[in-house]
Design a protein. Structure first.
Ligand code: HEM
Length: 417
């Protein structure tokens, strides 16, 4: 009998001091909000990106307890985390694999919102903030890659920052700002570390908050034409809690299981410490930079470099202003054949150049033939006598590549910050 008025009193006390009831009613409204009737499994990728960001945040903080951003200690501290710190190896693996899963979730989410034309009025700004989030996620990957200070991270950063130097007019100055010195060194490591752990997290938190507020203000887009949307009857909407959140929880459980499995069975190696005097062959960036990396190879000379930067930078600008370019009212993919096929061609080109980048400068045994892919990804069949012994190295690549230790190669292994 006494407990009810007691708890009521606590509500009153909290409400008086911090408007508790207002916060509770607002949270209640958000939780039970009805989403459009067609909301389904394809609408979970944004939440997966969010979940991965939380995972990166927590594992990143744990890594920070032992990581040291100096040339002398960076690689050693990663070794220490992996070998000595209780569960350190696990947090490092989840962080390294988490970067890939987060990037994948962001890309799938972007593809979903593009094909369902969710970027159209009134969600242009939600989309533009999303494009900025995509860029921030890429910069997270690029800056984190250098932190383990191994051969691959050192040389991939050297190659990556050369691209910055090719930016027209301001390239050299920009490169110096990024590197902090004429070449990748302590200043670069310090800059990348600060950007990775102290600058980007704030930016991403602010962008995500604005993105989610706008998403809630407009609710999710339906597939009806712009301007022809009819308010859906509440009973036909999908309740955010428990229906949509149950779907998100299922996907989250699968993703976390996948992360643990990858961490245990396909761990990222630490690799050899960075050596500025020893250039390993076939430096490759992470998979999400491979299409741009490959594309830039086809442009040489000052004019070529200028064109290369233009060709690889234009897609980002196009993405940002896409809602201003695609001004038709149709949302359903079947009613937008031009946008649909433009999207498909963009995906096919990205996968094609990504695969060329992956296979370039590698040699493989294909159907008993020894095939070498040159830097442009063009295959050359090697002399028969040069073929590897049967059963030896089928499918093996000779060049080092980034990624977990299960990948075949006698290459220096990669790590990830
Ligand atoms: C860290 C990155 C991101 C996070 C955490 C995030 C989170 C979310 C979440 C949770 C939603 C709710 C619906 C859904 O999940 O599909 C959403 C909606 C949306 N997002 Fe993102 N997002 C991110 C990046 C992006 C990117 C890269 C784009 C596109 C360039 C984008 C564009 C949109 C749009 C247009 C909506 C509204 C969807 C609709 O009305 O149906 N977001 N975002």
């Amino acid at each position: 009998m006494a407990s009810k008025p007691e708890s009521k009193r606590w509500h009153e006390i909290l409400h008086e001091r911090m408007r508790f009831k207002t916060v509770r009613d607002f949270s209640h409204k958000q939780l039970y909000k009805r989403l459009p009737p067609h909301t389904g499994w394809v609408h979970v990728f944004g939440s997966v990106a969010l979940l991965m960001f939380f995972s990166q945040f927590v594992t990143g903080i744990l890594l920070l307890l032992y990581y040291r951003p100096t040339l002398k200690e960076a690689h050693e501290s990663i070794q220490y985390i992996t070998g000595e710190v209780p569960f350190g190896w696990l947090f490092r693996q989840i962080h390294a694999w988490g970067a890939t899963v987060m990037m994948l979730a962001v890309v799938l989410h972007m593809v979903r919102t593009y094909f369902m034309a969710s970027f159209k009025r009134p969600r242009e700004l939600t989309w533009a903030l999303g494009v900025l989030l995509f860029v921030v996620t890429l910069v997270f990957g690029f800056t984190g890659y250098l932190l383990p200070w191994n051969q691959l991270s050192y040389w991939a950063t050297t190659v990556g920052t050369e691209v910055v130097g090719a930016v027209p007019f301001v390239g050299e100055q920009l490169k110096e700002v990024v590197l902090g010195a004429p070449a990748v060194g302590q200043e670069t490591l310090s800059r990348f570390f600060v950007v990775h752990v102290a600058v980007l997290p704030w930016i991403i938190v602010l962008l995500v908050a604005a993105h989610l507020i706008l998403m809630r203000v407009h609710n999710l887009a339906t597939l009806e034409d712009v301007g022809a949307e009819k308010p859906f009857p509440p009973e036909s909407g999908v309740p955010f809690w428990p229906v949509h959140m149950a779907k998100e929880a299922c996907v989250a459980a699968i993703i976390l299981g996948l992360l643990l499995t990858l961490s245990v069975f396909s761990p990222w190696e630490i690799g050899e410490p960075a050596d500025p005097l020893k250039t390993p062959e076939g430096i490759k960036p992470e998979w999400y930079f491979l299409p741009t990396y490959q594309l830039l190879k086809y442009f040489s000379g000052p004019l070529g470099k200028f064109l290369g930067i233009l060709v690889s930078g234009v897609p980002f600008i196009l993405l940002l202003v896409w809602p201003l370019l695609d001004r038709t009212t149709a949302r359903h993919p079947r009613k937008r054949p031009v946008s649909f096929w433009l999207g498909m061609i963009a995906i096919i080109l990205a996968v094609f150049f990504g695969l060329l980048g992956h296979f370039s400068e590698t040699t493989m045994n294909i159907g008993g033939m020894r095939v070498h892919f040159d830097m442009y990804g063009v295959p050359h069949v090697l002399e028969a006598e040069a073929a590897a012994p049967a059963g030896g190295e089928a499918g093996e690549s000779e060049a080092p590549h980034g990624g977990p230790s299960s990948q075949t190669s006698g290459a220096p292994a990669s790590g990830h910050g």
